[in-house]
Design a protein around this ligand. Structure first.
Ligand code: SAM
Ligand code: TMP
Ligand code: ZN
Length: 404
């Protein structure tokens, strides 16, 4: 098996077996066959990039019915709003600035840029969420970003000061075409800023549910720096972010254009000290994951034997890996609640648990709630105080199975 970045040899370290598409929520009674693929991860022996071994065709994941909404969390709306304001005050403060966002989704970030009257473009292949962004005044091109798209955008709009992507770059196996596109589109002194789940946090917290079809790469400073250099770019800044269970925001600039911030060398040194991308470290991660799965299944099985009712909270894409890898179906968890309209009334992929709106959670409250959206724990627990008052208990499985 060859690395998608450098063709080096991939060393597999975790295998979750046959898994469905994480965002393919099933219409009840629909006889259509679900698509399954082999979900397994490996690390490149040459460039240290951690990646999936099997690639799902992009049109199967990102299409008009793609359900995920960036604005579904108030914390994330706030997060993107403050990033937009920071970019407007720094990189976008020159004459007639222009920013392009890859995977702008429903416009959580770009709507703030649009409101400020600054030139922008969202490149978003999923038609439904792109329409939501457009309805908020965001200029959107319904397309996959790649080298050809960048050339078309350059011809129409001219070069960009900033290309930005959140939780999107790690979804794209064809990074060579993306980097060629960024090179085409960026002004000589421009920056490519992207933020994605951080391998360091995933390994530290054993958050194996970050591994699913859409998350093709698991970035670290070392692997991103190597990838950037292949395309004439340098990693010039890194910033750790608390959102989505731990992310890093990477800033790339053309080689020699900017002096790297001290944070880059610091994070590289920390990764080195932790032997983050060493096969032994990653194998230990895989062993913890298998242990946590056994603990979770044992807990849910004993709760069922006691007659306790357990609902899932948040039909996240991540939950597809947890539910299917642990073999959790409607027998253990009869319902998952979620605020996303396009998920409600459907069944979770592969595990076929009915998804209902938030009102179903309180009608009446279950005894336990399996927090599948654990990355939004603070926001959700602050909102669901009635559950605690009714005697309810949260079940978390990151970094290990525990009750709150
Ligand atoms: N940026 C938003 C956020 O952080 O909440 C959305 C993240 S969502 C998990 C990933 C988005 O990337 C989807 O809306 C998907 O349609 C989009 N996407 C996938 N491949 C893409 C590509 N090649 N170019 C641009 N967007 C892409
Ligand atoms: P994410 O972890 O990929 O951001 O997905 C979060 C999912 O959880 C998404 O489907 C929306 C759902 N959700 C709720 O149901 N209630 C909430 O309060 C929050 C923040 C998210
Ligand atoms: Zn490689």
């Amino acid at each position: 098996m060859a690395c998608r970045i450098c063709s080096g040899r991939l060393r597999p370290f975790a295998d979750f077996g046959r898994q469905p598409l994480s965002d393919a929520f099933v219409v009840p009674g629909d006889p259509g066959e679900e698509f399954f693929f082999r979900l397994a991860v490996g690390v490149c022996e040459s460039c240290s990039m951690v990646q999936l071994l099997e690639e799902v065709p992009r049109e199967r994941m990102f299409h008009a019915g793609y359900p995920y909404l960036s604005s579904g969390s108030s914390v994330m709306r706030e997060h993107f709003g403050s990033l937009a304001k920071r970019l407007l005050a720094t990189e976008l403060s020159g004459p007639d600035p222009f920013v392009v966002e890859l995977g702008c989704n429903d416009g959580a970030m770009l709507s703030v840029v649009a409101d400020a009257g600054v030139r922008h473009l969202g490149v978003e292949p999923s038609g439904g969420v792109a329409d939501l962004a457009a309805a908020r005044g965001v200029r959107v091109r319904k397309d996959f970003f790649e080298a050809a798209t960048a050339a078309a955008v350059l011809a129409e709009d001219g070069p960009a000061d900033v290309v930005y992507a959140a939780n999107t770059l790690c979804h794209i196996p064809y990074l060579d075409s993306i980097m060629a596109g960024v090179d085409t589109l960026l002004k000589p002194g421009g920056v490519f800023v992207f933020e994605d789940p951080y391998l360091g946090d995933i390994v530290e917290r054993a958050s194996f549910d970050q591994i699913y079809d859409e998350h093709f790469y698991f970035f670290a400073a070392a692997s991103v720096r190597a990838m950037a250099r292949r395309h004439g770019f340098e990693l010039v800044d890194v910033e750790r972010l608390p959102v989505h269970g731990g992310e890093v925001r990477y800033t790339l600039a053309r080689r020699g254009a900017r002096t790297p911030a001290p944070a880059v060398a610091e994070l590289l040194a920390a990764e080195e000290a932790a032997a983050l991308s060493e096969p032994a470290t990653l194998r230990r991660f895989a062993a913890r994951v298998a242990h946590n799965r056994d603990r979770l299944v044992t807990l849910l099985t004993s709760l069922r034997e006691q007659g306790a009712r357990v609902y899932g909270y948040g039909a996240t894409a991540k939950s597809a890996t947890v539910l299917n890898y642990c073999g959790i179906g409607p027998g253990l968890v009869p319902l998952v609640t979620d605020t996303t309209p396009a998920k409600q009334g459907r069944l979770t992929p592969g595990s076929h648990i009915p998804v209902r709106g938030p009102e179903a959670f309180a009608d009446p409250y279950p005894d336990y709630a399996l927090l599948l959206a654990w990355n939004h724990a603070e926001e959700i627990m602050a909102k669901e105080t009635g559950f605690g008052r009714a005697g309810g208990t949260w079940i978390l499985y990151v970094p290990e199975v525990h009750l709150v």
